[in-house]
Write a protein that binds this ligand. Structure first.
Ligand code: HPA
Length: 263
């Protein structure tokens, strides 16, 4: 079994002492530069850690201090569209949960379905539509409703105010990908109540919450989804817009991490 091996590998790196885990989406890896006393561990050195092949997803874990908190950052995730199983996509967050890390922030790049949320907007995920069509993992504890924690969400809103940012709230729709959506699919998703669309995050949220973590999330809206404007989404734009929003993203996450500490 790979999960017990990954748990032991992460335990030996000190992950059990971490108060917060953050999964970094495409183009959002720069947050690692804000980490003090950072120790960086390539996934290749972690037994049981699945490795991504997507450009913009460096595969390393960074452990250190952010906003005065002990944190573990996952820079690079694996996706269902790469052919990974739900068990693999969620393995790292389940290992964090098993080691007692209490809180998780999931981040991603996503397409915007709202004209009033242009590229560069950071959106707090309040809930999701799981359209990935994959069997869910058995739940470790009884779970009802949404995995997205309203208390952590409010704390993220407070962090946004603290750094003078407007961070709208919205529903993230997860599709399998890997191709971007058609304009007709985006019109459908709008009718279903989605504000943002992407190809990750939801399985991790469900698994982490099921394993006892409190979960919140931020989407960096890197482009208008297909058909919202004339422009057609592409991966280079996604990575580039992520980079442009990265300092605001870092300010927000650092303020969030520093809740309740003096740093
Ligand atoms: N669609 C799906 N996933 C995405 C998009 C998009 O428009 N942008 C970034 N990730």
């Amino acid at each position: 079994m790979s999960l017990p091996r990954l748990i032991e590998a992460l335990r030996s790196q000190g992950v059990a002492d971490c108060e917060l885990a953050i999964v970094l989406g495409s183009g959002l890896g720069v947050l690692v530069e804000r980490v003090r006393n950072a120790r960086s561990i390539p996934y290749a050195d972690l037994e049981g850690m699945p490795k991504s092949s997507v450009p913009g997803h460096a595969g390393k874990l960074v452990i250190g201090t952010l906003g005065g908190k002990r944190v573990v950052l996952q820079q690079g995730r694996v996706h269902l569209y790469e052919g990974f199983a739900v068990e693999e996509v969620t393995r790292a967050v389940r290992a964090f949960a098993a080691l007692g890390v209490p809180e998780l922030v999931l981040t991603n790049a996503a397409g915007s379905l709202r004209l009033d949320a242009p590229p560069g907007t950071l959106m707090r995920i309040t809930d999701h539509l799981d359209l990935q069509g994959k069997a869910r993992l058995p739940r470790v504890q009884a779970q009802y409703g949404t995995p997205w924690d309203t208390t952590l969400g409010s704390e993220l809103d407070a962090a946004a105010r603290q750094v003078n940012q407007t961070v709208p709230q919205g529903v993230y729709a997860a599709l399998l990908g890997p191709s971007y959506e058609t304009p007709a699919e985006i019109r459908m998703l709008r009718k279903l109540g989605a504000d943002a669309v992407g190809m990750s995050t939801v399985a991790e949220a469900i698994a982490a919450h099921g394993a006892g973590m409190r979960v919140c999330g931020v989407s960096c809206l890197t482009n208008y989804a297909a058909g919202i404007t004339e422009s057609v989404p592409n991966h280079e734009e996604v990575v580039e817009e992520g980079r442009k929003a990265s300092q605001r993203f870092c300010d927000l996450l650092e303020a969030f991490a520093s809740r309740g500490s003096q740093a």
